[in-house]
Design a binder for this molecule. Structure first.
Ligand code: FAD
Ligand code: SIN
Length: 523
C-alpha cells in the first residue's frame, strides 16, 4: 500500500522543484513514466527569462513583453508576480549547483523573440540538460523523496472511484492516482493527501514536434476525465525553427540564434521577415511561424533557412555548441551553410486551470508547469517564460499544499484497480496506426493556420478515432501505448473544440474565417 503526503506526477523542472521543496514538510513520491531525466525540460535550449540587469532592464519591461506576446489574454497579476520572483528563483537554481554561462564574471544574458532586452539566463544552448541534471541529483539524494521510474499515472482517484456520480463543477476531491508499472503491467493504487500534476505538454498530438515522445498530454487528459476545468487549449505554440532534415526528428534550432543575429531567408536568399513585422526575426513566435508558413505556401518550398554564416564562426560555435555539433552530425556546417528550418508544434499554452497557488478546480489536486494554465501566457507564450513559470508556480503550490496536509486523511475506501473482463490483445498495430492518423489530422487541419471547415473535418475524424479506441480500451488490458493514445485523442478533442469555440483570430489561434481580430500579420 502506497501512501504519500505529496504525490508528484512528472519529473521535469515543475515536478522536481515541487518535490525538493515539499520534502521539507512530508513524504513525497515522484512518479515518472520513463527514466527520471526524460522530460521536455531536458531539451530546453534558450534558457530562463528574468530581469538580472537592472541598469538596462526592468520588471515593467519584462511584464509588458509578456503581455504583448500574450495578445491581450494574459492575467496581468499572475505575470507581475512571476516576473518579480524570477531573479530569486534563478539564484536558487545557482545555489542548487546549476552553472549558467557567464561572460566577464557576470551572467551572460541572451535575447529571444518578443523580448525588448537581453534577459535570458542560459547554459550555452543546452540549458535544460544542465538544470535537469542538477535537479535529478538533488531529488535522488533527498531521504524524504521516493522516485518511481517507468511508472505511468493512468487515472486520478476521486469520488467517481467510490461509486459516486461526479459532475463537472461539483465539489470533487483527489485521493491520489492509479499508476501502471510498465515493466510488470501491475496497476498500483497510490493514495495521497495532495496530488500534483507536473506532467508537461502534449506536442506528440502533432505530426511534427520539437517535444520528446513523453509529451502526450496525460495530465491534462486525466484531469479532464476527472472533470477538472481545462482552459485555452486552442493556443498551441508552433516554434518557427525546427531543423528540416528528415533524420533530425524536428530538432530545435533555438530562437536565441535569432537573438544573436541569425537571419531568416527564403530559398532565393531573401530576408523575408521585414515584409511581416518591424521587429523582423525578433517578432513574437506566432508571427514568425505564420510568416514562415506563408512563405512556404506561397512559394511551394519545403524549407526556409536560418543564416548565421555572416557571424563570427568561433562565436557561433562557442554560443551554440550543441546545435553546431548536431547539425555537423548531419553533414551541415552551420558556419558555412544556411540551416533548413520549418515550424513544429512546441508548447501548449492552455491546460488545467489553476489559481495563483497552483490549485485546480478539484480539491487536493494541484498542477504546475506546462500542464497547467496559470494565466501567464495568454494567447502566446513569450520565449523562455516556461521554465520560469514551472519554478514559480511549483514554489507557490508547495506553500499551499504544505498548509493542507496537516488536516487531511488518506481515503482508504478507494478500491484496487479492477481489470476483470479485459484481455491481452494482439491487435497492437491499431494503436500505432491510430496514433499516426491522429497526428496527421491535427497537423493538416488544426495547425498554424486554421479554418472552420478544417476544424469541422478534424472533429469528425477525431470522433471516429475516439469511438474505436474507447471500444478497444474497454476490452483490453492497459498498456502505456494504449493509455497514451487515449490521452492524445482527448487532447485533440480539447484543442479542436476550443478552437471551434473561439470566433476570432488571436495570438496562436489563427482562423482565416475570422481575420478581423488578428494581431500582427494576416496572411
Ligand atoms: P516536462 O519537463 O515535460 O516534464 C513532464 C514530466 O512528466 C516528464 O518527466 C514525463 O515523463 C512525466 N509524465 C508525463 N506524463 C506522465 C504520466 N502519465 N505518468 C508519469 N509521468 C508522466 N522553455 C523555456 O522556458 N526555455 C527554453 O529554452 C525552452 N526550450 C525548449 C526546447 C525544447 C526542444 C522544448 C521541447 C521545450 C522548450 N521549452 C523551453 C519549454 C519547456 O522546456 C517546457 O515547457 C518545460 O520544461 C515544462 O516543464 P514541466 O516540468 O512542466 O514538464
Ligand atoms: C528556444 O530556445 O528557442 C526555445 C525557447 C522556449 O521555448 O522558450
Amino acid at each position: 500500500m502506497y501512501k504519500f503526503d505529496f504525490l508528484v506526477i512528472g519529473s521535469g523542472l515543475a515536478g522536481l522543484s515541487f518535490a525538493l521543496k515539499a520534502a521539507k514538510y512530508g513524504n513525497v513520491a515522484v512518479v515518472t513514466k520513463n527514466e527520471i531525466k526524460e522530460a521536455n525540460t531536458r531539451y530546453a535550449q534558450g534558457g530562463i527569462a528574468g530581469v538580472m540587469n537592472i541598469d538596462s532592464d526592468s520588471f515593467e519591461k519584462h511584464v509588458e513583453d509578456t503581455l504583448e506576446a500574450g495578445a491581450g489574454l494574459c492575467d496581468r497579476e499572475a505575470v507581475e508576480m512571476m516576473v518579480r520572483a524570477a531573479p530569486e528563483l534563478i539564484k536558487e537554481l545557482i545555489e542548487y549547483g546549476v552553472h549558467f554561462t557567464e561572460s566577464n564574471g557576470k551572467l551572460d544574458l541572451g535575447r529571444e523573440g518578443g523580448h525588448s532586452e537581453h534577459r535570458i539566463v542560459h547554459a550555452a544552448d543546452a540549458t535544460g540538460r544542465e538544470v535537469e541534471n542538477v535537479m535529478v541529483k538533488k531529488v535522488r539524494e533527498h531521504p524524504n523523496i521516493e522516485v518511481f521510474e517507468h511508472h505511468f499515472a493512468m487515472e486520478l482517484l476521486t469520488e467517481h472511484h467510490l461509486g459516486k456520480k461526479v459532475k463537472y463543477l461539483n465539489k470533487i476531491h483527489c485521493f491520489g492516482a492509479y499508476v501502471l508499472e510498465s515493466e510488470t503491467g501491475k496497476v498500483h493504487k497510490m493514495l495521497a493527501k495532495t496530488t500534483i500534476l507536473a506532467s508537461g505538454g502534449a506536442g506528440q498530438v502533432y505530426q511534427y514536434t520539437t517535444n520528446p515522445s513523453i509529451a502526450t498530454g496525460d495530465g491534462i487528459a486525466m484531469a479532464y476525465r476527472a472533470k477538472a476545468k481545462i482552459k485555452n487549449m486552442e493556443f498551441i505554440q508552433f516554434h518557427p525553427t525546427s531543423l528540416n532534415i528528415e533524420e533530425a526528428d524536428s530538432f530545435l534550432i533555438s530562437e536565441a540564434m535569432r537573438g544573436f543575429g541569425a537571419i531568416l531567408r527564403n530559398a532565393d536568399g531573401e530576408a523575408f521577415m521585414e515584409q511581416y513585422d518591424d521587429r523582423k526575426e525578433l517578432a513574437p513566435r506566432d508571427i514568425v511561424a505564420r510568416a514562415i508558413d506563408d512563405q512556404l505556401k506561397k512559394r511551394g518550398d519545403k524549407s526556409v533557412f536560418l543564416d548565421v554564416t555572416h557571424l563570427d564562426a568561433d562565436e557561433v560555435k562557442a554560443h551554440f555548441p550543441n546545435i553546431y555539433e548536431k547539425c555537423l552530425s548531419f553533414g551541415l556546417d552551420i558556419t558555412q551553410k544556411w540551416i533548413p528550418v520549418v515550424p513544429a508544434a512546441h508548447y501548449v499554452c492552455g491546460g488545467i486551470e489553476t489559481d495563483y497557488d497552483g490549485r485546480t478546480s478539484i480539491e487536493q489536486l494541484f498542477a504546475c508547469g506546462e500542464t497547467a494554465c496559470t494565466g501567464v501566457h495568454g494567447a502566446n507564450r513569450l520565449a523562455s517564460n516556461s521554465l520560469l513559470e514551472a519554478l514559480f508556480f511549483a514554489d507557490k503550490a508547495v506553500k499551499k499544499a504544505a498548509e493542507l496536509i496537516a488536516d487531511l486523511e488518506f481515503n482508504e475506501n478507494v478500491p484496487e484497480w479492477d481489470e476483470s473482463g479485459t484481455l491481452n490483445n494482439s491487435e497492437w498495430v491499431l494503436i500505432s496506426h491510430n496514433r499516426e492518423e491522429l497526428k496527421r489530422v491535427m497537423w493538416d487541419y488544426v495547425g498554424i493556420v486554421r479554418s472552420d471547415l478544417r476544424l469541422e473535418r478534424a472533429l469528425r475524424r477525431q470522433t471516429f478515432l475516439y469511438e474505436e479506441v474507447e471500444d478497444f480500451y474497454s476490452r483490453t488490458r492497459v498498456t502505456v501505448p494504449l493509455c497514451e493514445l487515449r490521452n492524445l485523442i482527448s487532447i485533440a478533442y480539447l484543442i479542436i473544440l476550443s478552437a471551434m469555440k473561439r470566433k476570432e483570430s488571436c495570438g496562436l489561434h489563427y482562423n482565416v474565417d475570422y481575420e478581423e481580430h488578428a494581431r500582427g500579420f494576416n496572411p
